[in-house]
Ligand binder design. Structure first.
Ligand code: NAI
Ligand code: A1CAB
Length: 266
């Protein structure tokens, strides 16, 4: 697989690390305007670092775009005359619709819109994808690429903004909950390093329990809450303080913001 990551910033580099960790590419191009900070990736023999997007597009089949929305239009204009049927264009750009991409490169390109998260660097991204009409025959390929680096799901494009909040921003939301739990553990007497280990491995266990058992979270909570015990005491206090409500309100606020961005009304 010949892959180019156009825009090796936070997300682009996370994807590059995920691909390298899973031997997911025979050849990989990483592009950035100033390449100094990513030249170290050339120590992997199959990686070429360049600021030349046209060189990357010419030499790759799978093109993963991970630039800011305002940079994307110029890059598509820059490379569109090089696109052929061998190319699959995978956009990670927030709030940039398939119709907007087609308006620049044409409907006869294989276009996949994706929403991964930064856990892709460790093979644990929840990635949502959708395709244009032409790209539908490449959707299995795109699912296979992202399944190697986590779990992927095909969704309608109309849900892509919501998926951005839950999955991409979601990494930050879960990080904050792990951090808050760590601070609680420090207050209870653990040192900072131990406290973080306790918090993150317990979080990991909770997610794994649901994924592997297929249980509902409340069924697993019922197994932990001893009558008149410490778990229900803590859980009820968290709810009195608005835990579930604040999470839901935060998710909705994030969605409202992304909807305003889409309307160009920040
Ligand atoms: N950071 C995240 O967790 C996620 C980001 N996204 C989306 O992915 C996109 C990238 O986000 P980040 O990685 O956070 O941004 P970033 O700003 O860290 O990365 C963008 C990269 O593109 C490079 N770039 C700019 N112009 C270029 C050009 N003409 N040619 C080649 N490279 C160029 C920049 O130097 C930078 O390294 C955004 O559209 C964002 O909405 C989507 C999901 C998660
Ligand atoms: O915060 C943001 O707007 C972008 C989209 C998802 C992750 N980062």
């Amino acid at each position: 697989m010949k892959i180019a990551i156009i825009g090796a910033g936070n997300l682009g580099l996370a994807i590059a690390k995920g691909i390298l960790a899973t031997n997911g590419a025979t050849t990989m191009y990483l592009t950035k305007r100033k390449t100094g900070s990513i030249e170290k990736f050339e120590k992997y023999g199959n990686v070429t670092v360049t600021s030349n997007n046209r060189e990357a597009v010419t030499n790759a089949d799978i093109l993963i775009f991970a630039v800011q929305p305002n940079q994307f239009v110029n890059i598509l204009e820059e490379v569109k005359d090089l696109l052929t049927d061998k190319h699959v264009l995978i956009s990670t750009i927030t709030g940039f619709s398939i119709a907007q991409i087609e308006a620049i490169v044409g409907e006869d390109q294989n276009i996949i819109r994706s929403m991964p998260n930064t856990a892709i660097s460790v093979g644990k991204s929840m990635t949502c994808i959708c395709a244009n009409e032409r790209g539908k025959k490449r959707i299995e390929l795109a699912l296979a690429i992202f399944n190697r680096m986590g779990y992927s799901m095909e969704i309608p494009e109309s849900q892509m903004q919501a998926a951005t909040v839950i999955c991409a921003s979601g990494i930050a939301f879960w990080m904050r909950m792990i951090r808050a739990t760590t601070q609680g553990a420090i207050q209870l007497g653990f040192d900072a390093k131990e406290a973080q280990e306790l918090a993150m491995h317990t979080c990991n266990g909770a997610a794994a329990l649901l994924i592997e058992s297929g249980s509902h979270p409340e069924a697993e909570i019922d197994r932990v809450t001893t009558p008149q015990g410490c778990t229900i005491q803590g859980l009820n206090e968290m709810e009195h303080q608005g835990l579930s409500s604040s999470l839901i309100q935060g998710i909705v606020a994030s969605y409202d913001k992304i909807s305003r961005i889409k309307e160009g009304n920040m």
